[in-house]
Ligand binder design. Structure first.
Ligand SMILES: Cc1ncc(COP(=O)(O)O)c(C=O)c1O
Length: 393
């Protein structure tokens, strides 16, 4: 499958997780949308974009198990998290609960939102080795009457763990606490049904494991929360909202501003921008469908877990979780305290592009195995000189 992607053939690319990689045919689909746009930018952006975005959203909704009306396109999961965090209207003394495994940028978003409003941002310690069965209880034990929201990843960044988010959302709902799931890594890597998960808000990336173009992501919100969310960039949708409120029942001609819900009215149009990444998401979904992605996913999971066991055995280290707690990424503990140095050596000596992450003072090589990854590439990691002996003290 490697030739279906544009990746440099001289590179051993084991870092799909950071920014994804997009198949040629999906990039071609995006290019075709851009060509159509440039043939008549006014027709495309003024007259067609509303309907085109609606079609793309509808295909995405079917894929994600969500109503299209409950989805808005955003450029990335960071934006999705920001929209929710900054719309919450936190008050002094409110609490937001999270784990100590969250992605730095999203952690920063909530720290900012909480500091600004005098709310408490509480990071619950989820220890390693990870025990999935204790996760919900650990978080829920920290809920107080002031807890407004629980925010966690579906799949964590540095530690690559799958959190049991459906169980968490159920428990949180029973206590009247809102949930935001950061699904940056989940769509495409896990079979997903967002409505079954039951989160109040869920944001996910198309450009990571769905193999969509960069800048393709979504924010889902349950219908009762649409009117609480605000766009990071206020634009024409807010004017349309005012007009619509004045002329009840009238259909506005400019669906590029309005979409089909308040959520979309506020988020869909944020000034002139390139919408081709979102329009190409159906091509990404079709690409995965055409290549039997459930089988690809299983094969990749097995390879990611096998390499973890092989390297753990070499160092006499225990994996940080059970095999089923990982998807197509595993976080492999290594006895190398200098993460940057190990990452540099893997790249410079072996041309292996792979992140070396740190969590609570421990170092992990986080491998991503995607459909294009070959056994020889995974083996190259096992044989890399930088991983043959522990780092010298
Ligand atoms: C768990 C998690 N959340 C959010 C993000 C941010 O994704 P993006 O850069 O597309 O906003 C990442 C990126 O790797 C991530 O790992």
């Amino acid at each position: 499958m490697r030739e279906l992607f544009q990746l440099d053939p001289d590179l051993i690319f084991l870092n799909h997780g950071s920014f994804g990689a997009c198949p040629r045919e999906v990039l071609q689909a995006q290019r075709r949308w851009q060509d159509e746009m440039e043939a008549n930018p006014v027709a495309f952006l003024s007259r067609r974009s509303g309907a085109l975005l609606g079609q793309a959203r509808s295909v995405l909704g079917d894929y994600l198990g969500a109503r299209a009306d409950d989805l808005a396109f955003v450029p990335n999961a960071t934006t999705g998290v920001n929209i929710v965090a900054r719309s919450l209207q936190l008050r002094p003394g409110d609490e937001v609960l999270t784990s100590n495994h969250e992605y730095g940028a999203c952690d920063a978003t909530f720290r900012f939102a909480c500091e600004r409003s005098g709310a408490l941002y509480k990071r619950v310690h989820i220890p390693l080795p990870y025990q999935a069965s204790a996760f919900v209880e650990r978080l829920m034990a920290e809920v107080t009457p002031r807890t407004r929201l629980i925010f966690v990843s579906h799949i964590t960044s540095a530690t690559a763990l799958i959190f049991p988010v459906a169980d968490l959302c159920r428990a949180a709902r029973a206590r009247g606490v809102l949930t935001l799931i950061d699904g940056a890594h989940a769509p495409g890597q896990l079979p997903l049904n967002i409505e079954d998960i039951g989160a109040d808000f869920y944001t996910g990336n198309g450009h990571k494991w769905m193999c969509g173009p960069k800048g393709s992501a979504f924010l889902y919100a349950r219908r009762e929360h649409h009117s609480t969310l605000h766009a990071p960039v206020v634009s024409w949708g807010y004017v349309a909202e005012a007009i619509q409120a004045d002329t009840e029942g009238s259909t506005l001609a400019f669906d590029r501003y309005t979409g089909t819900s308040i959520l979309q009215r506020r988020l869909q149009w944020q000034g002139t921008r390139d919408i081709s990444a979102w329009l190409a998401l159906p091509a990404a979904i079709e690409f995965q469908r055409g290549h039997d992605w459930p089988t690809v996913r299983r094969r990749c999971h097995v390879a990611a877990v096998e390499v973890m066991h092989a390297l753990c055995q070499r160092w006499g280290l225990e994996p940080i979780a059970r095999d089923e707690d990982f998807g197509q990424m595993t976080a492999i503990p290594v006895p190398h305290p200098d993460a940057a140095e190990l990452q540099r050596r893997l790249y410079d000596e072996s041309r292996i592009e792979i992140p070396v992450t740190q969590h609570e003072g421990r170092t992990f090589v986080r491998i991503s195995v995607q459909g294009y990854t070959t056994e020889a590439e995974v083996q190259a990691l096992v044989e890399a000189p930088a991983l043959q002996s522990p780092a010298q003290p």
